[in-house]
Design a protein around this ligand. Structure first.
Ligand code: UDX
Length: 463
């Protein structure tokens, strides 16, 4: 029964005595795998379930399906300590675990609505695996879902498990960023727990007690909404500064100085005000769409977010226009692209703006060579059908190029030896789509440097 309604959002540090709990994580994607590993790291007993036998076998042998700093070491050490296990057997996991986390994909449908079929299927499987003799169980939704999904999960479990099964449903959205997932999970800004049951809330707080983070205690629907609203707000910040960057380009102002000036106001903050080619990844594009969609369904349409999407799309269009303006015709132009991943420190190329850019360059007949420190394999798969010369070395990638485009914000691009690049390239032109380089360094190295909304303090003629 959903017995207790939490009346208000209480934010306070947890103060429980810690002891390990038995947890199951269904789905070993980005969120499931990293969350499960971090739970084991703080001492809980964790079983990660995935229906992909090959993936489970590989994980048992310490082979990673994704690149994420620190994750591999943590998995290996927790498996050998006996706190972390991988299985395809969901029944076993449900039998052994007090709390079952659902961390399966929630991809977008064509119309932007969220495909909840994996959530529904797993809820049904959990229900089938439940037995009254197991005692009380909590099912936690970790995947990003539209508001009201938890209520439906609860209905499905009750329908198929039978009334004599004692279960509560909780929403516990995840805010980790790829590339710093372990760091984010181990040191969260806050942990959001949404449930209408005080018993479930108390147990969930015990799970998070070792993390020593502020806990936001809310009802189920509010927790679900917090996730969509948070990601959409961050996307909005990015689109805002990108729109401002275009005004800067037209007016001679510098977007970095503007971001600094407005970001020093604590109410705004400088974070997520980096102008660039726009946001990508597995979350922002999908979550903004999902939030727009549910807002329409609920009759409270978020038109503001539709503009956020338009600005994001325009950012790449505008960049392509500027490239064409410089090179005139892109056909047969040699273009080196640094960066394929959707951002630094990851091999993930889902909704990567860099991938979209490379595809467009290829479609226009440019001769593209590309380099990424981690996303060469994933990138090649995503760019199937495009003729791209993948280079193992970032400098070799620039050989004979007429333009160097920086499409992902990897640190090594910021610190590149520009003299060396200058010697290798045919023409000295850089288009820095992520504002990672120091424009003056590029200018001093003899480059014509183009950025997103920045102006060089020392224009070429003065250098
Ligand atoms: C995001 C949220 O940050 C995280 O809380 C949530 O759990 C999942 O979605 P992630 O997609 O891993 O995380 O990456 P993030 O670092 O947020 O970057 C997303 C995109 O925005 C990237 O393409 C990045 O290049 C872009 N970005 C980010 C900008 O263009 N400018 C910025 O200032 C910040």
């Amino acid at each position: 029964m959903l017995a207790f309604r939490v009346e208000s959002a209480i934010i306070r540090a947890n103060a429980y005595i810690y002891f390990p709990m038995n947890l199951a994580i269904i789905g070993t994607g980005y969120v499931g795998l990293t969350t499960g590993t971090c739970f084991a790291e703080v001492g809980h007993n964790v079983i990660c379930v995935d229906n992909n036998q090959k993936k489970v076998e590989a994980l048992r042998q310490g082979k990673m399906p994704i690149y994420e700093p620190d994750l591999e070491d943590m998995i290996v050490s927790n498996v050998s300590a006996g706190r972390l296990a991988f299985t395809t057997d969901l029944n076993e996991a449900v039998a052994k675990s007090d709390i079952i986390f659902i961390a399966v994909p929630t991809p977008p449908h064509e119309d932007g609505s969220v495909d909840l079929s994996f959530i529904e299927a797993v809820s049904h499987e959990i229900a089938d695996a439940m037995r009254p003799e197991y005692g009380y169980r909590i099912v936690v939704d970790k995947s990003t879902v539209p508001v009201s999904t938890g209520r439906k999960v609860y209905e499905v479990i009750n329908r198929y498990a039978g009334a004599d099964v004692d279960v509560d449903v909780v929403s516990n959205p995840e805010f980790l960023r790829e590339g710093s997932a372990v760091q984010d999970l181990m040191n969260p800004d806050r942990v959001v727990i949404g449930t209408n049951s005080q018993r479930a809330m108390d147990m969930m707080k015990r799970v998070y007690q070792p993390f020593n983070a502020p806990i936001v205690e809310v009802d189920l629907a509010s927790a679900e909404l917090i996730k969509h609203a948070a990601n959409s707000f961050l996307a909005l910040k990015i689109s805002y500064i990108n729109a401002v960057s275009q005004v800067c380009e037209k007016s001679g102002a510098d977007v970095e100085l503007v971001a600094m000036g407005i970001g020093m106001d604590k109410r705004i903050s400088r974070n997520f005000l980096n102008a660039g080619l726009g946001y990508g990844g597995s979350c922002f594009p999908k979550d903004v769409k999902g939030f727009i969609n549910i807002s329409h369904q609920l009759g409270a349409p978020l038109h503001l977010l539709e503009e956020v999407e338009r600005i994001n799309a325009r950012q790449l269009d505008h960049f392509m226009d500027r490239l064409r303006e410089k090179l005139w015709v892109l056909r047969n132009k040699r273009i080196a692209v640094w960066g394929i991943a959707f951002k630094q420190n990851t091999d993930d190329v889902r909704e990567s703006v860099a991938v979209k850019l490379i595809r467009r360059l290829c479609e226009e007949g440019a001769i593209v060579s590309a380099y990424d420190p981690k996303a060469m394999e994933t990138g090649a798969k995503a760019l199937e059908g495009c003729e791209v010369n993948y280079c193992d070395d970032m400098y070799e990638c620039t050989r004979d190029a007429e333009v160097l485009v920086v499409a992902t914000e990897w640190k090594q691009f910021a610190n590149a030896n520009l003299q060396r690049v200058r010697e290798l390239m045919k023409l000295p032109i850089i288009f820095d789509g992520r504002n990672v380089m120091h424009g003056d360094n590029a200018t001093h190295a003899g480059f014509e440097y183009h950025s997103i909304g920045r102006k060089s303090l020392y224009p070429k003629e003065q250098a």
